[in-house]
Design a protein around this ligand. Sequence first.
Ligand code: ASP
Length: 311
Amino acid sequence: MSTDADRWTLMIHGGAGILRPDTLSPEQSAGARAGLGAALDAGSAILRAGGDAIDSVEAAVRVLEDDPHFNAGRGAVLGFDGQISLDAAIMDGRDRRAGSVAGVSTVRNPVSLARAVMATTPHVMLSGAGAEEFAHEQGIEAADEDWLVLPERRTQLAELRAKPEGWFDAEMKYGTVGAVACDAHGHVAAATSTGGVTGKRWGRVGDTPLIGAGTYADDRACAVSATGAGEFFIRESAGHEIAARMRMLGEDAATAADAVIAGVVALGGTGGVIVATPAGDAVWRFSTPGMYRAYTDAQGARTIAIFGAEI
Ligand code: ASP
């Protein structure tokens, strides 16, 4: 196995949306930047030590799940019924093994539950009560409503419920979190975790836990994590489509990501993606005014940004 200690890369996101200096308070912005920095630190420590991309993306996403600035784990949005319902996925580009969970509400770090699905079961995706039973059997750390639900999220839901036409969060600040990495061995991995969209109903599941939509990784092409209006990312098969374009059309990551975001927009959606390749390239692309995003690599680059014009 070849190793190139100078090659690893880690890119993360904390959601796309109408993120501008006038829609985000300085406190929110500073808090989110600190959270992105902590996630970069957790994920990059593993890559710097020669560890695996799959461990790095899990570590980075766990930090963001625990951070109330983002819509995943602690601080997740509420469904129309006032309940939390978390989705997450993880995928290893080495062998395209993947795990995901949908509709869990008692787990502190759904990304680690998704990892356990991948590592210890013959299945790829578990949902609802069964996923929680599995979490319990595996000794995955639980969390109660007091930990997961923030008062602001209750206010947001009340505002949405007051609008007759309000299907989804009118603020369009998606706060899903995700990470993609290439390790020093040239392997890629992706992980994504979310509370979905405010006011979701009827057991709605978005793109995040769907392998090939919001999360995908394949050493033959790239690793992808998406954020945005999930229904459109599902219909575009966004993650797989980016990888397929790179593999079959020979496009680079930026060209493939641009084409797929354009496809999402053509369907009526908005959002963004982060993409990492086994060659050590990484790009972010988004159609929204901003996206919480950060990047670091073996050369010592370190970028943290929110607003579109920053970088
Ligand atoms: N993509 C997520 C979903 O539709 C939402 C987000 O990106 O915040 O569930």
